[in-house]
Design a protein around this ligand. Structure first.
Ligand code: CIR
Length: 259
C-alpha cells in the first residue's frame, strides 16, 4: 500500500536555510517559524503512527531539509538519487549513511543521470517518473530499469513544458485507491487518464502537493476549496502551515522520506 507507512526520515532546517534555491517572490523565510512548522510536521506524522528519525541540520546544504529529493524508498527497493541541482548533489552523502543503517542494499543513480525524489510519484499500479529541469532522461531511465528489475512498472512522463512546475509532485499527489490530486493545468494530460483525478483549482495549485498517510491526507493550510473536496471524499484532510517552505519552493512531501 503506497499510502501506509510506519517510518519516516526528516531533517531539521539549518541556519543556512535562507540561502537555499528558490524561484518564489514571497521574500525570505523566517527560520524560527520554519523550525516551528517542521516540529508540527514531525509531530503530525508521529500522531499518524509513524516513527520519525529527525536528522540534525546540515548547514553545508541550505536545501537539505527537503530530504525527499535524495532517495526513493519503495517496499522493493532503496534508491539513492543524484540531485539535479549542483548545490544539492552531495546532500546524498549523509542520507546514504542514514539509509545504510536501515536497508541492506542501496541502488544509486550515477552520472550523467540526475533524479530528484520530488519527481517520483509512487502509485499502486505504477511509479511515475517526471522528466523535469532536475530529473534528466538518463537518470529517469536508470530509475525505471531499477524499478522494473524488482517488479515495479514505471512510466516516464515529461513535465518540462508545464510553466512553474519544479517537480512532478509539485502538481500531483497520489491519494490511494487509484485517486490522484491533480492541479488543473495538468488535468487533461494523457498519462493521468488511468487515475481518478481529484482537481486542485488553479487558485489553489500549491495545495496539489499533499501526502496521503495512514488514512489521512496532510495538506497545506489556507486552501479551503481543496480541503472541502478532500473532506467530502472522506479523505480526512489535516491542514498544516508550511508558509516558510513554500517560500523556498518546497512543500509537504519534500520534508520527509516515508516508508
Ligand atoms: C530546491 O529548489 O531544490 C528547493 N529549494 C526545494 C525543493 C523542493 N523539493 C520537492 O519538491 N521535493
Amino acid at each position: 500500500m503506497t499510502t501506509h507507512f510506519t517510518r519516516a526520515i526528516a531533517r531539521r532546517p539549518g541556519d543556512s536555510y535562507l540561502q537555499g534555491l528558490t524561484t518564489s517572490n514571497e521574500g525570505p523565510p523566517n527560520l524560527a517559524k520554519a523550525i516551528l512548522q517542521h516540529n508540527i510536521y514531525v509531530q503530525t506524522l508521529e500522531d499518524l503512527g509513524l516513527s520519525v528519525t529527525v536528522l540534525a541540520a546540515n548547514d553545508a546544504f541550505p536545501d537539505s531539509v527537503f530530504v525527499e529529493d535524495t532517495a526513493i524508498l519503495t517496499p522493493e527497493i532503496t534508491v539513492l538519487t543524484r540531485p539535479g541541482a549542483v548545490s544539492r548533489r552531495d546532500e546524498t552523502v549523509s542520507i546514504k549513511a542514514a539509509l545504510l543503517d536501515r536497508f541492506d542494499a542501496i541502488t544509486e543513480i550515477v552520472a550523467p543521470g540526475t533524479v530528484d525524489g520530488g519527481d517520483i510519484c509512487e502509485t499502486d499500479s505504477k511509479v511515475l517518473i517526471g522528466l523535469s529541469n532536475r530529473t534528466n532522461l538518463e537518470g529517469a531511465m536508470q530509475l525505471k530499469l531499477a524499478l522494473e528489475t524488482v517488479g515495479r512498472p514505471a512510466e516516464i512522463v515529461d513535465i518540462r513544458s508545464v510553466p512553474g512546475l519544479l517537480h512532478l509532485k509539485t502538481g500531483i499527489s497520489y491519494l490511494g485507491a487509484g485517486r490522484m490530486a491533480v492541479m488543473e493545468a495538468l488535468a487533461s494530460l494523457s498519462w493521468l487518464a488511468d487515475f481518478d483525478r481529484v482537481l486542485v483549482p488553479t487558485s489553489e495549485s500549491y495545495a496539489a502537493n499533499c501526502i496521503a498517510v495512514n488514512g489521512s491526507v496532510i495538506m497545506a493550510e489556507g486552501y479551503p476549496r481543496f480541503f472541502e473536496t478532500l473532506d467530502r471524499l472522506g479523505l480526512k484532510p489535516i491542514p498544516l502551515d508550511v508558509s516558510e517552505y513554500r517560500k523556498m519552493d518546497g512543500g509537504l512531501s519534500c520534508l520527509s522520506l516515508r516508508f
